[in-house]
Write a protein that binds this ligand. Structure first.
Ligand SMILES: Nc1ncnc2c1ncn2[C@@H]1O[C@H](COP(=O)(O)OP(=O)(O)OP(=O)(O)O)[C@@H](O)[C@H]1O
Length: 234
């Protein structure tokens, strides 16, 4: 089995007085694609934001690539190898596609060269001179993923990558994530689109009330459906 790239142990997190994460345990191994499932408000986004160091009120341990993240300030998380695509995507509307693409600094060798990125995302190549405001939701999501690939990070963290996108775009994003997986990228994502997630994830974490309540490989999905219906209410 591949070595753990990310190991989260007994993670607790707070927004002011609100205690949101209640002891999250999770392991992501090199090369895996992991999906966190759970109802609205159970703490999925908070888990990602705490791993990224955006939420500082936390207890417990986050180890990435063997390193304790406790002492790593927010502005260094990318340099350590963590890349985050937030739900709101963060595309700068006044910059062009290419300027957005080139914005994050390269933090490690092994990032995807721009020519390869444009091969993988031909629509971004076509629109490289367009301002961010002119992009569709799907193009913004692709650009948000693309610019992280350039930086050479080892773990790609995605918050609801398919939210609000048309089925054909969702399918395209699925193909891109599969290609990245074949190239050895490790992916951790939160995703409400269960059908999409079940096509690309190797393993799932099921979250409820601020902690992980189940963890299973994609092959066990059929026998886990009862639990999923109960916890997800679908
Ligand atoms: N900035 C904030 N300040 C205070 N409470 C917050 C903040 N952001 C989220 N919360 C609360 O934290 C809890 C967990 O939210 P979180 O966004 O992590 O859930 P989620 O599982 O990702 O659900 P969703 O899919 O709705 O985003 C919710 O009760 C939410 O209201």
């Amino acid at each position: 089995m591949a070595a753990p790239l990310l190991q989260v142990s007994n993670l607790n997190a707070w927004y002011g007085e609100s205690h949101i994460l209640h002891g999250v345990d999770m392991t992501v191994r090199e090369g895996e694609t992991i999906t966190i499932l759970g109802r609205n408000g159970v703490g999925k986004t908070t888990t990602l934001r705490t791993i990224m160091g955006i939420i500082r009120e936390r207890k417990g341990e986050i180890r990435f690539n063997g390193r304790d993240m406790a002492g790593v300030p927010l502005h260094r998380t990318a340099h350590v190898g963590l890349g985050f695509v937030p739900e709101e995507r963060g595309i700068f509307s006044t910059l062009t596609v290419e300027e957005n693409l080139m914005l994050p600094p390269v933090v490690a060798e092994g990032g995807m060269p721009v020519a390869e990125i444009y091969e993988l995302f031909p629509n971004l190549y076509e629109r490289r001179g367009s301002p961010g405001t002119k992009l569709s939701g799907g193009e913004q999501q692709m650009l948000a993923i693309a610019r992280i690939l350039r930086t050479g990070v080892k773990l790609l963290i995605l918050d609801e990558p398919t939210e609000g996108l048309a089925p054909v775009i969702v399918q395209r994003i699925g193909e891109i994530l599969k290609t990245l997986k074949e190239r050895g990228m490790t992916v951790l994502m939160v995703e409400q689109n269960f059908r999409f997630a079940s096509r690309i994830a190797d393993r799932f974490y099921l979250m409820d009330h601020g902690k992980m309540v189940a963890d299973f490989p994609v092959g066990e999905l059929p026998e886990r459906m009862d639990t999923l219906h109960k916890v997800l209410g679908v």
